[in-house]
Design a protein around this ligand. Sequence first.
Ligand code: SF4
Length: 142
Amino acid sequence: MAGKAIRRSPWINHFNPGGCNGCAIEILATLTPRYDVERLGIVLKGSPRHADILVVSGYANRMNETRLKRIYEQMSDPKIVVAIGRCALGEGRLAKSYVLCKRVEEIIPVDVFVAGCPPTPEAIIEGIRRALEVYKNGSKKG
Ligand code: SF4
């Protein structure tokens, strides 16, 4: 039952640990009526406890590594993580920053990467669609 709900209406929680905010702005643009992602069942949720998909933009730093881990642990299974933008890969214009801690995938498991600096809303929507493919392919079970 839970699996069907995720496939038809994935609820997402967004965490922006760092970066220039370019990716965060594109994620917010994705959620505006212009792209109308609610027609695809995609809904932004304020609490990770209510979300199926964690969307992470930006790079992880020493200040927020623990918080990112805690948010991931608060989500119920099956939880899918989509990392948005080059910073989440530990690359990009901020990669040499002294506060850069680790790539997001070194802290929590990442299922889908969306390339770009920043990626477009269309690419972000495609990333969420690929996240649902991960679930459908059976690598994540509820
Ligand atoms: S990937 Fe680019 S746009 Fe996104 S947070 Fe990093 S520097 Fe900004």
